[in-house]
Design a protein around this ligand. Structure first.
Ligand code: ATP
Length: 505
């Protein structure tokens, strides 16, 4: 696996996986663009998720809701009031930090002094942040007095009282920039699922339990985007809202934690690098009954890849009309605007109730980063040379096979290779590349680095011009395996079966 983010960033730029957003104008912080190979890898990951969670199940429907979101959706969801991170500014450097990130980077002595002044339990960073937000004026002074260091300069700072910063991006719909036209870019895909609950239920006649799955962009004005594509301002999520009867929620929550853990392993992440973390009660969001984060050992540390929350009836309960008639257990804002009853009528008893929901919510970009980190391999060859190989699962590799003509100036060979590429492409197994850049050694090295599992070479034997004057190798090609570097010779008619076996899910 990769030992630093830097070596991944370098590979991604060099080979065309991921570039800084708006790079030629100095970059737009917290945005990244997926290049020719990145877009393939990301699409493959999303497709694998969709296949597993929608196509292979009999209790799931898909959805693609809009990014632009009515203000009331994010009002009643609670985001307008609470989707905020605490931040503090250093008056000396004019730099701004998310409070918990800032504290995490402080030397122990500094932190100990803060715990003491803020009277928070030693070692509990979460409690410290909360104590500071309860008394921001005192916290600002305490940070300065304790010598909290500015991570950028390494020098002590002069800290402002911390305050909350709402992370939602606002925009205006229509020609007039006025309050009434305010809308949000969604900060998560989930709300689009909740507000469509009745639409999906009515149009599909689903019975509980069932889920709705969605993949799409989300936007958060992160205070400190960092660690490459780990924390960005525009990203993608793969989210499921799985609706169940109250009372069956805990069992389903356990089920989804196991299922998601299993799936990430099938994508190639190793079990040792995946750590399920049960959030302690004091860390839980106000609406969650239980949350298990799947942490991954990224090169920059052990951090959240996916969160799986039991959100009870909070979400549907927040967005439904007739709240008082439905016996909602979560504490929700009184909804004066909703026009839909987001509830379920028990087919046996005829009674209405609001389903509970289990939410497995994964970051696509964090998934891509984890796959890249896990697959990145440096190997020393017998010759003493080093090679970098991206040992991605073949099904996820951006390019499934490269078809390489051994001689670029021989039309019989290039023509044969092009026709073979077209024939293999038609199998529908993903991208097959006709590769005629550079010499064969360079092509192999490049395809090792981008994770292409098979390199197929068309040579003189293939076109029936063997050195020994025979045509016994006509219509055979060499197939080189990325991981073992071994080459075998196959008849072109065998390629279909060979590739299908290795590239199908
Ligand atoms: P964090 O604590 O790291 O800020 P979060 O707990 O706020 O994340 P959720 O709201 O649970 O994240 O979002 C679900 C998933 O969306 C996360 O597990 C992560 O994979 C992804 N995600 C959230 N914020 C970002 C971001 N800024 N950049 C990339 N992915 C993100």
């Amino acid at each position: 696996p990769a030992s630093t983010l830097d070596e991944l960033v370098a590979l991604c730029k060099r080979r065309g996986f991921i570039f800084q957003g708006s790079e030629i104008y100095g970059g737009l912080q917290g945005t990244y663009d997926y290049g020719p190979l990145g877009v393939e890898l990301k699409n493959n990951l999303k497709q694998a998720w969709w296949r597993r969670n929608v196509y292979e199940r009999d209790d799931m429907e898909g959805l693609d809701a809009s990014v632009l979101t009515h203000r009331l959706v994010l009002h009643y969801s609670g985001h307008e009031a609470t989707f905020a991170d605490p931040m503090a500014d250093n008056r000396l450097t004019q730099k701004r930090y998310r409070l918990d990130h800032l504290l995490k980077e402080q030397p122990e002595g500094v932190l100990r002094r803060l715990y003491r002044t803020m009277e928070a339990e030693e070692g509990d960073l979460h409690a410290l942040v909360q104590a500071m937000m309860r008394a921001p004026e005192r916290a600002g002074g305490a940070m300065t007095a304790a010598g909290v260091l500015d991570p950028a300069s390494g020098e002590p700072g002069d800290w402002t009282p911390p305050r909350y910063f709402n992370m939602m991006f606002k925009t205006y719909v229509g020609p007039v920039e006025e309050e009434a036209a305010l809308a949000y870019l969604r900060p998560e895909t989930a709300q689009g699922i909740f507000v469509n609950f009745k639409n999906v239920l009515d149009s599909t006649s689903r019975k509980l339990p069932f889920g709705i799955a969605q993949i799409g962009k989300a936007f958060r004005n992160e205070i400190t985007p960092r660690n490459f594509i780990f924390r960005v301002r525009e990203f993608e999520q793969m989210e499921i809202e799985y609706f169940v009867r109250p009372g069956e929620d805990e069992g389903w929550h356990r089920y989804w934690v196991e299922e998601r853990l299993r799936w990430w392993q099938e994508m190639g992440l190793s079990r040792e690098n995946l750590v399920p973390y049960q959030q302690p009660p004091e860390e839980l969001a106000h609406y969650a009954k239980a949350t298990v984060d799947l942490l991954y050992r990224f090169p920059h540390g052990l951090e959240e890849l996916e969160g799986i929350a039991n959100r009870t009836d909070f979400d549907l309960g927040s967005h439904t009309k007739d709240q008082e008639e439905l016996g909602i257990s979560a504490r929700v804002l009184k909804n004066a605007h909703s026009t839909a009853r987001l509830a379920y009528r028990d087919p046996d008893t005829g009674k209405w109730f609001v389903p509970y929901v289990i939410e497995p919510s994964a970051g696509v970009d964090r998934g891509v980063l984890a796959l890249l980190a896990e697959a990145f391999t440096r190997e020393e060859l017998p010759s003493g040379e080093e090679r970098i190989v991206l040992k991605l699962k073949p099904q996820l590799a951006p390019i499934k096979a490269a078809v390489i003509p051994l001689a670029r100036n021989r039309p019989e060979i290039t023509g044969y290779a092009k026709a073979l590429k077209a024939r293999l492409q038609a199998l529908g197994l993903g991208r097959i590349l006709y590769e005629d850049t550079g010499n064969i050694g360079k092509a192999y090295r490049r395809h090792d680095e981008v994770g292409t599992p098979f390199a197929i070479t068309v040579d003189y034997d293939t076109i029936g011009q063997s050195k020994d004057g025979t045509t016994r190798l006509k219509d055979t090609v060499t197939v080189r395996d990325r991981d073992t570097m071994e080459q075998i010779r196959l008849h072109v008619d065998e390629l279909e079966g060979f590739l299908r076996e290795r590239l199908s899910w």
